[in-house]
Design a protein around this ligand. Structure first.
Ligand code: FAD
Length: 484
């Protein structure tokens, strides 16, 4: 099974990770530019060096790898699949091919960063070089520093600095032809068991993972939702956002591509500059999260503002279960949690509402919510997830203050006024008029009866009283701030 003895130049290895695309892929372009055969490999490393992917992410990975393998095959290359410890598998491949260089796009999460640095160091001592590129972020962590030379902890100056140095790279489509790596063993993707069975909970996942799916999503958005993005993005019933997050997470599209598409739409007069800028600002939030995690490695585990780790969290298992199952009795919260379970994503506005409900109405530790999202989101991203959970919890960098406690009823009435979102995800409430649906317990009994609703039976009563829960949350906050 070894090609080492073959004639011709030694190949180089292209180590795919979360850059599952051929276009705008700096590591691929550099590997190809060597003029040597390129051996593309993906290693499914289930070790403990980095946090293992959640179930929904594995669902996505399965399809994304199939798409990548298909695109590579069209260009004459075979994606080699290996399962096991990254360094061991790389060494095995190096041994089998005689490669002396590994090209890769860097991962910036601290654990992955350290693991990769260790691998690079280990390989270097054996004469194999690892060449890393940035294929996932707009700016390299460390390249944007504040006036005192430290990392930015506030978003707006970070955004300004990033925009000031932004130099969108030229679009590349990747090499037309890649040579095949002959005779290398590759795992059977089916045997990795990434797709759920018994039960298959992914039946409602309406996604096209892979580079083509990412490009199609971007085109759809630029010719649709972008025109009214700043307003539409807060309305969960509207298809107003890009749905690019899982594609960006798995690197099926470069964030620059999304940036440039929005800019071009504005330059061509299809959308206003303000709409394009708002969308670009969200892409920059993604970078901000990644930079924060890179510089503050404990972000997923510890409060960024340490006093918040003294919060008197409640141990409320029934409350947590009701939250995960979309059975809290607050329709906008339940709709969001059911959307998440059914589709692998949840609208951003509703993510904020359900997170606020868990942290403040139930007074449950934000880390439990972060872990649930990690397992159920197809776009689960260590940086964005922990940064956003801490944003809602008030403990993060540049976070929303803790005392800003969303009222789940008024949030529903404001952002889902016609209740199209709630009706979609909570069919048992669908007959209830929009006027009553966000607080069904306030509806006149005859209306509930006519709609076939029996609170506590066909749909739960609220598991907490929001007004009282709010007071409890504010009292909890006082214990934390009093300790400072
Ligand atoms: P669009 O509105 O079209 O935005 C474009 C892109 O900008 C997104 O694809 C995403 O990459 C980025 N973006 C948008 N909003 C944010 C944000 N608040 N923070 C960071 N990047 C952003 N996003 C994730 O990608 N992974 C997560 O694990 C994640 N967890 C979250 C947890 C909570 C509690 C909250 C409140 C938000 C979380 N987000 C997360 C951010 C946001 O909800 C999603 O990025 C967004 O809903 C994805 O939809 P979209 O692609 O249509 O976004």
């Amino acid at each position: 099974m070894t090609t080492k003895a073959q004639d011709g130049p030694a190949p180089v290895i292209l180590w795919f990770r979360r850059d599952l695309r051929l276009a705008d892929n700096p590591a691929l372009n550099k590997a190809h530019a060597t003029g040597r055969p390129v051996v593309p490999v993906y290693i499914h490393d289930e070790g403990t060096a980095v946090r293992p992917a959640g179930a929904a992410s594995l669902w996505w990975l399965d399809k994304s790898l199939r798409a990548l393998a298909g695109s590579l095959a069209e260009r004459g290359a075979t994606l080699i699949l290996r399962r096991g410890d990254s360094e061991t598998e790389l060494r095995r491949l190096i041994d089998q091919t005689g490669a002396d260089t590994v090209f890769l796009n860097r991962l910036f999460e601290p654990e992955a960063w350290t693991r990769d640095a260790d691998i690079a160091h280990g390989l270097k001592t054996d004469g194999v070089e690892c060449r890393g590129s940035n294929g996932s972020l707009l700016a390299l962590p460390g390249s944007l520093l504040n006036g005192s030379g430290g990392p930015y902890k506030v978003f707006t100056p970070f955004m300004k600095a990033l925009r000031a140095q932004a130099e969108p790279p030229a679009h590349t489509t990747g090499p037309r032809q890649l040579g095949a790596a002959p005779g290398l063993e590759s795992d059977d993707l089916d045997a990795w068991g990434l797709h759920p069975t018994r039960p298959d909970w992914s039946k409602g996942f309406d996604w096209t993972p892979g580079e083509d799916g990412a490009t199609a999503a971007l085109h759809r958005f630029v010719s649709g939702g972008l025109a009214d993005y700043s307003n539409g993005r807060d309305r969960p019933a509207e298809p107003a956002t890009s749905r690019l997050s899982p594609h960006l997470h798995f690197g099926e599209i470069s964030p620059w591509r999304a940036w440039i598409a929005a800019r071009d739409a504005a330059d061509g007069g299809k959308v206003t500059s303000g709409e394009a800028d708002k969308f670009i600002a969200e892409l920059i939030w993604r970078d901000f999260s990644a930079h924060l995690l890179h510089h503050f490695p404990t972000l997923p585990d510890k409060a960024f503002r340490p006093e918040y780790d003294a919060m008197p969290w409640r141990d409320d298992e029934p409350g947590f279960l009701a939250w995960t199952r979309g059975m809290t009795g607050y329709p906008i919260v339940d709709a969001g949690m059911r959307e998440l379970w059914a589709t692998g994503v949840m609208h951003n506005r509703v993510r904020m509402i359900v997170a606020s409900f868990l942290i403040k109405d139930l007074l449950i530790d934000w880390r439990r919510g972060e872990a649930w999202f990690w397992d159920t989101l197809v776009d689960a991203d260590l940086a964005s997830n922990s940064q956003n959970w801490q944003w809602v919890a008030g403990s993060g960098a540049d976070a929303s203050p803790y005392f800003r406690i969303f009222n789940p009823v008024t949030q529903g009435q404001k952002f889902d006024a016609e209740a199209r979102y709630v009706k979609r995800w909570i069919p048992e409430l669908a007959p209830v008029p929009a006027r009553w649906i966000h607080a069904p317990w306030n509806a006149p009994p005859e209306i509930l009866r006519d709609c076939g609703i029996r609170l506590g039976t066909t749909y739960p009563r609220p598991i907490v009283d929001h007004a009282r829960a709010r007071e409890r949350a504010l009292a909890a906050l006082k214990t934390v701030t009093a300790e400072r």
